[in-house]
Design a protein around this ligand. Structure first.
Ligand code: NAD
Length: 260
């Protein structure tokens, strides 16, 4: 049990990557806060975890709303006696060429990925600093924190930005034993990606199979999708690491799509 009695606040954990992280953290002894826009799905995920014997609650939050973020973090800290781990994972995707990108969609993307990361960090840091038992903040970046792809200007911009936030939090948090790191996955077949396949096929004028083979997995070493389990294992490494030796880092888990 690498996370025994640690309290983990995971945003966007009612689905996909966040849900898998919540499941693995619960298996490792953490108490889980399933924080998601979709309250019904968050409650269902928390109930699933409780059935396995874990402690878990679902909380409703729009990560772009400061009052909701603050209230949900307070609720979580009260329920479980503090916050030890934040996984800032909630995210969406909108794809268009830059010249056609609606300004409202650009702002929505930056709000969810960057404002959401900032607001949840700010709210959780207060608890981590006051508790005096350190903490781990994990941002869900992407290969798009390092690389660009067609049609994804705000996503690429925001995911690059998370590395800057993580490095700053790593420096500021060090004296409190709070670490901050970024996970950078390649394509993972979650609802977020399933939605993109037909959209990209339409925009690029190719078949869905071609989107998978020639766009999404083209640069990987083996033509394989990264899995939610792959990403959860990296999250566990960052969450459980015991010292400030591993902070301010970004780790790419992408079947070699991006090598650094
Ligand atoms: P997903 O669609 O399966 O899950 C995203 C979750 O976030 C959903 O439960 C949704 O309700 C929640 N959410 C969306 N907007 C929210 C908001 N404003 N406030 C709170 N919750 C909100 O997606 P996923 O693929 O699991 O993506 C999770 C994260 O991983 C995202 O940040 C995404 O950019 C990143 N990522 C995904 C991939 C991939 O290939 N799937 C690759 C790299 C990075």
């Amino acid at each position: 049990m690498q996370l025994k009695d640690k309290v983990a606040f995971v945003t966007g954990s009612a689905s996909g990557i966040g849900k898998e992280i919540a499941i693995l953290f619960a298996q490792e002894g953490a108490k889980l806060v399933i924080a998601d826009l979709n309250k019904e799905a968050a409650d269902a995920t928390a109930a699933e975890l409780r059935q396995t014997g874990a402690e878990a609650i679902g909380v409703a939050v729009d990560v772009t709303n400061e009052a909701q973020v603050d209230a949900s973090v307070e609720e979580a800290a009260k329920a479980f006696g503090g916050i030890d781990i934040l996984v800032s994972n909630a995210g969406i995707q909108i794809v268009h060429p830059v010249e056609e990108f609606a300004f409202a969609d650009w702002k929505k993307m930056l709000a969810i990925h960057l404002d959401g990361a900032f607001l949840t960090t700010k709210a959780c840091l207060k608890h981590m600093y006051a508790q005096g038992r350190g903490g781990s903040i994990i941002y869900m970046g992407s290969v798009h924190s390092k690389e660009a792809s067609l049609l994804k200007a705000p996503y690429v911009t925001a995911k690059h930005g998370l590395i800057g936030l993580a490095k700053t939090v790593a420096k500021e948090g060090a004296k409190h034993g709070v670490r901050a790191n970024v996970i950078c996955p390649g394509f993972v077949r979650t609802p977020l990606v399933e939605k993109q396949i037909p959209e990209q096929a339409k925009t690029l004028g190719i078949t869905e199979e071609q989107v998978i083979k020639n766009v999404m997995l083209k640069e990987t070493v083996d033509g394989e999708f990264t899995t939610t389990d792959d990403v959860a294992r990296v999250a566990l490494l960052f969450a459980a690491f015991p010292t400030n030796a591993l902070t301010g880092q970004s780790l790419v888990v992408s079947h070699g799509w991006f090598m650094q």
